[in-house]
Design a protein around this ligand. Structure first.
Ligand SMILES: [Zn+2]
Length: 264
């Protein structure tokens, strides 16, 4: 079987284990069914996820021009504390920014190797945690907009990392941590404007189970910029990574906007 299309981040469905899908224009692949099977990925070209042109991808699936102009990749995406829609101040497109920023956001702790602090829209729970390859996660507080979640995250950055250590996450090297205790501790560091949303009644810890047969001991990243054709046996899927039996890992997110052919 041959599948061809532009890579976008894998769609997921929570379950035990989580179900993963690669979705193309006219077809989709359920990756859980491909575990222990050989697959071949080959690079075919580019297709910007924003304008659809066959231009080289710059970042996040966007060509350079789209990355520099689209409101979907403004600085406030990566740095929520820079959000200004609540002040009626535009970054690139105020209508878009209001729609995305002025909705409930969750500040959370996720355990992917160590404890990480993060922010996501309420609608992205638990998808965001799955995409990061977290084994457990717990919301700290839900606030009405992105700005408040952002300043709370900044206040907690001295206590927790804000990036996933992806090698450890993929090797399944995870610290033993009590997230309920960590949440109580985190509550003490919240800024004044956010404290009123914090409740002593803790939400449940979400546990996430990935479809992985064997975790790699050493990981090597597959880059479609260097290797145009790769063949390997699928050993698992975690976060947005495909794990192969030989230790090769393929981060789908890094190659969004790349057109590939997948042969099974
Ligand atoms: Zn473009």
């Amino acid at each position: 079987m041959t599948y061809e299309g532009v890579l976008t981040k894998m769609q997921t469905e929570i379950g035990n284990p989580i179900n993963y899908y690669l979705v193309f224009e006219n077809s989709f692949l359920n990756l859980n069914q491909l575990l222990d099977k050989e697959l071949e990925i080959s690079f075919q070209g580019y297709q910007c996820l924003n304008c659809g042109k066959k231009k080289k991808i710059f970042r996040q699936g966007f060509c350079y021009d789209c990355f520099m102009s689209s409101p979907a990749v403004g600085d406030w995406i990566m740095k929520p504390e820079l959000s200004t829609a609540h002040l009626d101040i535009e970054d690139r497109d105020l209508v878009y920014e209001k729609r995305v920023q002025l909705q409930p956001h969750v500040l959370y702790l996720a355990l992917s190797s160590e404890v990480k602090i993060g922010v996501t829209r309420g609608t992205q729970v638990p998808t965001r945690w799955i995409d990061q390859g977290a084994s457990q996660a717990i919301p700290i507080v839900e606030v009405p907009n992105r700005y408040l979640a952002g300043i709370a995250e900044v206040a907690l950055k001295n206590q927790y990392v804000d990036k996933t250590n992806w090698q450890k996450m993929l090797k399944n090297e995870i610290l033993q941590v009590d997230l309920i205790q960590e949440r109580i501790k985190a509550g003490n560091y919240l800024p004044q404007e956010v404290k009123e949303y914090f409740s002593d009644q803790h939400p449940n810890i979400i546990e996430l189970h990935y479809p992985v047969l064997t975790y790699p001991k050493k990981v090597t990243s597959l880059s479609l910029d260097k290797i145009l054709n790769f063949k390997g046996k699928l050993a698992g899927v975690k976060g947005q990574y495909l794990l192969f039996q030989d230790g090769t890992v393929f981060n789908i997110r890094t190659f969004e906007g790349y057109v590939v052919k997948i042969q099974i």
